[in-house]
Design a binder for this molecule. Structure first.
Ligand code: PBG
Length: 351
Protein backbone atom coordinates (compact mmCIF):
# COMPACT_ATOMS: atom_id res chain seq x y z
CA UNK A 1 0.00 0.00 0.00
CA UNK A 2 1.19 3.52 -0.82
CA UNK A 3 2.39 5.38 2.23
CA UNK A 4 0.80 8.65 3.00
CA UNK A 5 3.13 11.54 2.31
CA UNK A 6 3.36 14.39 4.76
CA UNK A 7 1.55 17.35 3.33
CA UNK A 8 2.53 20.93 3.89
CA UNK A 9 0.07 23.59 2.90
CA UNK A 10 1.12 25.11 -0.40
CA UNK A 11 1.96 28.70 0.11
CA UNK A 12 4.27 28.11 3.06
CA UNK A 13 7.34 27.85 0.81
CA UNK A 14 9.02 31.16 0.07
CA UNK A 15 9.53 31.89 -3.60
CA UNK A 16 13.22 32.53 -4.21
CA UNK A 17 14.82 34.50 -7.02
CA UNK A 18 13.47 33.66 -10.46
CA UNK A 19 15.42 33.91 -13.69
CA UNK A 20 13.60 35.72 -16.42
CA UNK A 21 12.21 34.06 -19.56
CA UNK A 22 13.64 32.33 -21.56
CA UNK A 23 16.08 31.12 -18.90
CA UNK A 24 12.99 30.16 -16.96
CA UNK A 25 10.36 28.34 -18.95
CA UNK A 26 7.75 27.06 -16.53
CA UNK A 27 6.55 24.58 -19.14
CA UNK A 28 9.82 22.55 -19.04
CA UNK A 29 8.79 20.70 -15.89
CA UNK A 30 5.36 20.04 -17.33
CA UNK A 31 6.55 18.64 -20.63
CA UNK A 32 6.24 14.89 -19.86
CA UNK A 33 4.20 12.68 -17.62
CA UNK A 34 7.27 11.44 -15.74
CA UNK A 35 8.41 14.95 -14.90
CA UNK A 36 4.92 16.04 -13.88
CA UNK A 37 4.76 13.09 -11.50
CA UNK A 38 8.26 13.84 -10.23
CA UNK A 39 7.50 17.44 -9.29
CA UNK A 40 3.99 16.91 -7.97
CA UNK A 41 3.77 18.69 -4.61
CA UNK A 42 0.84 16.68 -3.26
CA UNK A 43 -0.44 13.15 -3.65
CA UNK A 44 -3.69 11.46 -2.80
CA UNK A 45 -3.78 8.00 -1.28
CA UNK A 46 -6.66 5.90 0.07
CA UNK A 47 -5.32 6.72 3.56
CA UNK A 48 -6.51 10.30 3.00
CA UNK A 49 -10.17 9.35 3.10
CA UNK A 50 -12.79 8.94 5.78
CA UNK A 51 -15.96 7.45 4.31
CA UNK A 52 -19.29 8.76 5.70
CA UNK A 53 -22.04 6.12 5.50
CA UNK A 54 -25.78 6.14 6.19
CA UNK A 55 -27.57 3.32 7.92
CA UNK A 56 -31.26 2.61 8.48
CA UNK A 57 -33.34 -0.10 10.08
CA UNK A 58 -35.05 -1.22 6.85
CA UNK A 59 -34.94 -4.62 5.20
CA UNK A 60 -32.71 -3.59 2.30
CA UNK A 61 -30.51 -0.67 1.18
CA UNK A 62 -32.40 2.34 -0.21
CA UNK A 63 -31.07 4.89 -2.71
CA UNK A 64 -30.91 8.56 -1.70
CA UNK A 65 -32.33 10.65 -4.57
CA UNK A 66 -30.25 13.78 -3.97
CA UNK A 67 -27.01 11.78 -3.59
CA UNK A 68 -26.77 9.53 -6.67
CA UNK A 69 -24.71 6.43 -5.92
CA UNK A 70 -25.15 6.72 -2.13
CA UNK A 71 -27.49 4.45 -0.20
CA UNK A 72 -28.95 4.12 3.23
CA UNK A 73 -27.44 0.79 4.16
CA UNK A 74 -28.83 -1.89 6.42
CA UNK A 75 -26.55 -2.92 9.28
CA UNK A 76 -25.78 -6.10 7.32
CA UNK A 77 -25.00 -4.39 4.00
CA UNK A 78 -22.92 -1.81 5.87
CA UNK A 79 -20.68 -4.50 7.33
CA UNK A 80 -20.02 -5.85 3.82
CA UNK A 81 -19.39 -2.37 2.38
CA UNK A 82 -16.96 -1.55 5.17
CA UNK A 83 -15.03 -4.73 4.37
CA UNK A 84 -14.62 -3.46 0.82
CA UNK A 85 -13.52 -0.01 2.03
CA UNK A 86 -10.98 -1.61 4.33
CA UNK A 87 -9.50 -3.71 1.54
CA UNK A 88 -9.10 -0.53 -0.53
CA UNK A 89 -6.96 0.99 2.24
CA UNK A 90 -9.52 3.45 3.62
CA UNK A 91 -8.58 3.92 7.29
CA UNK A 92 -11.91 5.00 8.78
CA UNK A 93 -15.64 5.36 8.26
CA UNK A 94 -18.19 7.70 9.85
CA UNK A 95 -21.62 6.26 10.64
CA UNK A 96 -24.81 8.36 10.37
CA UNK A 97 -28.22 6.93 11.35
CA UNK A 98 -31.52 7.57 9.58
CA UNK A 99 -33.72 7.29 12.66
CA UNK A 100 -37.37 6.31 12.31
CA UNK A 101 -39.80 9.14 12.95
CA UNK A 102 -41.39 7.17 15.81
CA UNK A 103 -38.07 7.28 17.73
CA UNK A 104 -37.57 11.03 17.34
CA UNK A 105 -38.57 13.05 20.37
CA UNK A 106 -38.34 16.60 21.63
CA UNK A 107 -35.36 15.69 23.84
CA UNK A 108 -33.70 13.30 21.38
CA UNK A 109 -33.23 10.68 24.10
CA UNK A 110 -32.73 7.90 21.51
CA UNK A 111 -29.26 9.46 21.04
CA UNK A 112 -28.11 7.83 24.28
CA UNK A 113 -29.98 4.55 24.02
CA UNK A 114 -27.10 2.02 24.13
CA UNK A 115 -29.03 -0.14 21.65
CA UNK A 116 -29.79 2.57 19.13
CA UNK A 117 -29.05 2.10 15.45
CA UNK A 118 -25.66 3.80 15.65
CA UNK A 119 -24.45 1.66 18.55
CA UNK A 120 -25.72 -1.54 16.92
CA UNK A 121 -23.96 -0.56 13.69
CA UNK A 122 -20.70 0.22 15.48
CA UNK A 123 -20.76 -3.13 17.28
CA UNK A 124 -21.49 -5.03 14.06
CA UNK A 125 -18.78 -3.23 12.09
CA UNK A 126 -16.13 -3.48 14.80
CA UNK A 127 -16.74 -7.16 15.43
CA UNK A 128 -16.39 -7.96 11.71
CA UNK A 129 -13.59 -5.43 11.02
CA UNK A 130 -11.74 -4.56 14.24
CA UNK A 131 -8.93 -2.84 12.36
CA UNK A 132 -10.86 -0.09 10.59
CA UNK A 133 -11.49 3.15 12.48
CA UNK A 134 -15.11 3.96 13.28
CA UNK A 135 -16.21 7.50 13.87
CA UNK A 136 -19.58 8.74 15.19
CA UNK A 137 -21.17 12.16 15.14
CA UNK A 138 -22.20 13.64 18.44
CA UNK A 139 -25.24 15.86 17.90
CA UNK A 140 -28.92 15.33 18.58
CA UNK A 141 -30.35 16.12 15.13
CA UNK A 142 -30.91 12.53 13.93
CA UNK A 143 -32.96 11.93 17.07
CA UNK A 144 -34.99 15.12 17.66
CA UNK A 145 -38.45 15.71 16.24
CA UNK A 146 -37.51 19.37 15.59
CA UNK A 147 -34.30 18.45 13.73
CA UNK A 148 -31.99 20.64 15.82
CA UNK A 149 -28.61 19.48 17.12
CA UNK A 150 -29.49 20.64 20.62
CA UNK A 151 -32.37 20.86 23.08
CA UNK A 152 -34.90 23.59 22.42
CA UNK A 153 -36.60 25.67 25.09
CA UNK A 154 -38.88 28.61 24.28
CA UNK A 155 -37.67 28.48 20.68
CA UNK A 156 -33.98 28.71 21.70
CA UNK A 157 -31.26 26.06 21.56
CA UNK A 158 -30.07 25.70 25.13
CA UNK A 159 -26.34 25.14 25.40
CA UNK A 160 -25.44 23.66 28.76
CA UNK A 161 -28.32 21.19 29.05
CA UNK A 162 -27.52 20.05 25.52
CA UNK A 163 -23.91 19.37 26.52
CA UNK A 164 -25.17 17.03 29.27
CA UNK A 165 -27.10 15.03 26.65
CA UNK A 166 -24.09 15.01 24.29
CA UNK A 167 -21.90 13.55 27.03
CA UNK A 168 -24.35 10.65 27.44
CA UNK A 169 -24.43 10.17 23.67
CA UNK A 170 -20.62 10.12 23.42
CA UNK A 171 -20.39 7.56 26.23
CA UNK A 172 -22.82 5.05 24.70
CA UNK A 173 -20.99 5.34 21.40
CA UNK A 174 -17.59 4.82 23.03
CA UNK A 175 -19.00 1.86 25.00
CA UNK A 176 -20.21 0.36 21.70
CA UNK A 177 -16.66 0.50 20.35
CA UNK A 178 -16.53 3.81 18.50
CA UNK A 179 -12.90 4.93 18.03
CA UNK A 180 -13.42 8.58 17.17
CA UNK A 181 -16.06 10.79 18.73
CA UNK A 182 -16.88 13.68 16.42
CA UNK A 183 -18.99 16.39 18.02
CA UNK A 184 -20.75 18.21 15.17
CA UNK A 185 -23.26 20.13 17.27
CA UNK A 186 -21.31 23.39 17.73
CA UNK A 187 -22.38 23.88 21.35
CA UNK A 188 -19.89 25.81 23.49
CA UNK A 189 -17.76 23.82 25.92
CA UNK A 190 -18.68 20.37 24.68
CA UNK A 191 -15.20 19.17 23.75
CA UNK A 192 -13.81 19.59 27.26
CA UNK A 193 -16.91 18.10 28.84
CA UNK A 194 -16.84 15.04 26.54
CA UNK A 195 -13.06 14.58 27.01
CA UNK A 196 -13.44 14.57 30.80
CA UNK A 197 -16.33 12.10 30.60
CA UNK A 198 -14.37 9.77 28.30
CA UNK A 199 -11.35 9.86 30.63
CA UNK A 200 -13.63 9.24 33.60
CA UNK A 201 -15.12 6.19 31.87
CA UNK A 202 -11.66 4.84 31.06
CA UNK A 203 -12.03 5.48 27.33
CA UNK A 204 -8.55 6.96 27.32
CA UNK A 205 -7.74 6.19 23.71
CA UNK A 206 -11.06 7.20 22.24
CA UNK A 207 -10.14 10.14 20.06
CA UNK A 208 -12.06 13.36 19.62
CA UNK A 209 -12.21 14.82 16.14
CA UNK A 210 -13.94 18.15 16.68
CA UNK A 211 -16.08 19.73 14.04
CA UNK A 212 -14.25 22.83 15.18
CA UNK A 213 -15.25 25.20 12.40
CA UNK A 214 -18.65 24.19 11.13
CA UNK A 215 -20.60 26.70 9.11
CA UNK A 216 -24.34 27.20 8.79
CA UNK A 217 -24.47 25.97 5.22
CA UNK A 218 -27.01 25.25 2.52
CA UNK A 219 -24.63 22.56 1.26
CA UNK A 220 -25.97 20.16 3.93
CA UNK A 221 -29.33 19.79 2.17
CA UNK A 222 -28.89 16.28 0.69
CA UNK A 223 -27.49 14.97 4.01
CA UNK A 224 -30.68 16.01 5.74
CA UNK A 225 -32.61 14.12 3.04
CA UNK A 226 -30.43 11.09 3.69
CA UNK A 227 -31.20 11.14 7.41
CA UNK A 228 -34.84 11.99 6.80
CA UNK A 229 -34.41 15.13 8.90
CA UNK A 230 -35.13 17.82 6.27
CA UNK A 231 -38.87 17.51 6.88
CA UNK A 232 -38.30 17.83 10.62
CA UNK A 233 -36.05 20.89 10.84
CA UNK A 234 -37.82 23.93 12.20
CA UNK A 235 -35.97 27.15 11.44
CA UNK A 236 -32.23 27.13 10.81
CA UNK A 237 -29.01 26.46 12.73
CA UNK A 238 -27.54 29.96 12.67
CA UNK A 239 -27.46 30.44 16.44
CA UNK A 240 -24.90 27.65 16.80
CA UNK A 241 -23.27 26.99 13.40
CA UNK A 242 -20.94 29.67 12.04
CA UNK A 243 -21.70 32.56 9.73
CA UNK A 244 -20.14 31.94 6.28
CA UNK A 245 -18.93 35.55 6.39
CA UNK A 246 -16.39 34.81 9.13
CA UNK A 247 -12.80 33.54 9.00
CA UNK A 248 -11.07 34.85 12.14
CA UNK A 249 -13.91 33.45 14.22
CA UNK A 250 -13.06 29.97 12.91
CA UNK A 251 -9.58 30.30 14.39
CA UNK A 252 -11.07 31.18 17.79
CA UNK A 253 -13.40 28.17 17.59
CA UNK A 254 -10.45 25.92 16.74
CA UNK A 255 -8.23 27.37 19.49
CA UNK A 256 -10.93 26.67 22.08
CA UNK A 257 -11.46 23.09 20.91
CA UNK A 258 -7.72 22.42 21.04
CA UNK A 259 -7.52 23.91 24.54
CA UNK A 260 -10.38 21.61 25.58
CA UNK A 261 -8.61 18.48 24.31
CA UNK A 262 -9.47 17.91 20.64
CA UNK A 263 -7.09 15.42 19.02
CA UNK A 264 -8.07 16.25 15.44
CA UNK A 265 -10.05 18.95 13.69
CA UNK A 266 -12.68 19.23 10.98
CA UNK A 267 -13.50 22.18 8.78
CA UNK A 268 -16.92 21.90 7.18
CA UNK A 269 -18.10 22.32 4.42
CA UNK A 270 -15.02 21.78 2.29
CA UNK A 271 -14.69 23.30 -1.14
CA UNK A 272 -16.18 26.70 -0.31
CA UNK A 273 -14.00 26.90 2.83
CA UNK A 274 -10.51 25.96 1.61
CA UNK A 275 -9.17 29.25 2.96
CA UNK A 276 -10.25 28.11 6.43
CA UNK A 277 -8.63 24.68 5.97
CA UNK A 278 -5.39 26.41 5.01
CA UNK A 279 -5.48 28.90 7.89
CA UNK A 280 -6.33 26.26 10.48
CA UNK A 281 -3.57 23.89 9.36
CA UNK A 282 -1.00 26.66 9.09
CA UNK A 283 -1.91 28.28 12.40
CA UNK A 284 -2.28 25.18 14.61
CA UNK A 285 -0.60 22.24 12.86
CA UNK A 286 -3.03 19.65 14.28
CA UNK A 287 -4.34 16.82 12.10
CA UNK A 288 -6.93 18.76 10.08
CA UNK A 289 -9.68 17.24 7.96
CA UNK A 290 -12.02 18.82 5.46
CA UNK A 291 -15.57 17.54 5.08
CA UNK A 292 -16.60 17.49 1.45
CA UNK A 293 -20.29 17.58 2.34
CA UNK A 294 -23.38 16.13 0.72
CA UNK A 295 -24.18 19.22 -1.36
CA UNK A 296 -20.68 19.27 -2.82
CA UNK A 297 -21.02 15.62 -3.75
CA UNK A 298 -24.51 16.24 -5.18
CA UNK A 299 -23.48 19.13 -7.40
CA UNK A 300 -20.53 17.30 -8.91
CA UNK A 301 -22.61 14.15 -9.43
CA UNK A 302 -25.54 16.04 -10.94
CA UNK A 303 -23.34 17.80 -13.46
CA UNK A 304 -21.57 14.52 -14.30
CA UNK A 305 -24.89 12.71 -14.78
CA UNK A 306 -25.91 15.45 -17.20
CA UNK A 307 -22.69 14.88 -19.13
CA UNK A 308 -21.51 18.38 -18.24
CA UNK A 309 -18.46 17.38 -16.19
CA UNK A 310 -16.15 14.37 -16.24
CA UNK A 311 -17.13 12.44 -13.10
CA UNK A 312 -13.71 10.93 -12.29
CA UNK A 313 -11.66 13.96 -13.10
CA UNK A 314 -13.69 16.46 -11.06
CA UNK A 315 -13.76 13.97 -8.19
CA UNK A 316 -9.96 13.60 -8.12
CA UNK A 317 -9.36 17.31 -8.72
CA UNK A 318 -11.70 18.33 -5.90
CA UNK A 319 -10.02 15.86 -3.52
CA UNK A 320 -6.54 17.03 -4.48
CA UNK A 321 -7.59 20.62 -3.74
CA UNK A 322 -8.05 19.66 -0.08
CA UNK A 323 -4.53 18.24 0.08
CA UNK A 324 -3.10 21.34 -1.56
CA UNK A 325 -4.92 23.52 0.96
CA UNK A 326 -3.17 21.58 3.73
CA UNK A 327 -5.77 19.04 4.83
CA UNK A 328 -4.43 15.78 6.24
CA UNK A 329 -7.50 14.02 4.91
CA UNK A 330 -11.03 14.38 3.64
CA UNK A 331 -14.39 13.07 4.76
CA UNK A 332 -15.93 12.28 1.39
CA UNK A 333 -18.77 10.29 -0.12
CA UNK A 334 -16.34 9.66 -2.99
CA UNK A 335 -14.00 7.67 -0.73
CA UNK A 336 -14.62 4.24 -2.24
CA UNK A 337 -14.70 5.44 -5.86
CA UNK A 338 -11.54 7.52 -5.41
CA UNK A 339 -9.66 4.79 -3.52
CA UNK A 340 -10.58 2.32 -6.28
CA UNK A 341 -8.99 4.59 -8.89
CA UNK A 342 -5.90 5.16 -6.75
CA UNK A 343 -5.49 1.41 -6.27
CA UNK A 344 -5.65 0.97 -10.02
CA UNK A 345 -2.33 2.75 -10.26
CA UNK A 346 -3.05 6.43 -10.71
CA UNK A 347 -1.36 8.62 -8.11
CA UNK A 348 -4.16 11.11 -8.27
CA UNK A 349 -2.06 13.76 -10.00
CA UNK A 350 -1.97 12.21 -13.44
CA UNK A 351 -5.22 13.33 -15.01
C1 PBG B 1 -25.38 16.93 11.98
C2 PBG B 1 -24.53 16.89 10.77
C3 PBG B 1 -24.77 17.51 9.54
C4 PBG B 1 -23.78 17.06 8.68
C5 PBG B 1 -22.94 16.21 9.41
N1 PBG B 1 -23.40 16.14 10.71
C6 PBG B 1 -25.87 18.36 9.09
C7 PBG B 1 -26.22 19.57 9.82
O1 PBG B 1 -25.46 20.10 10.62
O2 PBG B 1 -27.35 20.02 9.60
C8 PBG B 1 -23.69 17.41 7.23
C9 PBG B 1 -22.92 16.46 6.37
C10 PBG B 1 -23.17 16.60 4.92
O3 PBG B 1 -23.90 17.50 4.44
O4 PBG B 1 -22.62 15.78 4.18
N2 PBG B 1 -25.04 17.73 13.01
Amino acid sequence: MVKKSPSAPSGTATTGPVAAYPRTRMRRNRADDWTRRMVAENVLTPADFIWPVFVHDGASPVAIDSMPGVERQTVESLVAAVGEAKSLGIPAIAIFPATETALRTDDGREAYNPDNLVCRSVRAVKSAHPDIGVMCDVALDPFTDHGHDGLVRDGKIINDETVEALIKQALVQADAGCDIIAPSDMMDGRIGAIRDALEGANHKNVRIMAYAAKYSSAFYGPFRDALGSSGHLKGDKRTYQMDPANGDEALREVALDIAEGADMLIVKPGMAYLDIVHRVKTEFGLPTFAYQVSGEYAMLKAAALNGWLDDERVMMESLMAFKRAGADGVLTYFAVAAATILNDGSNGTKK
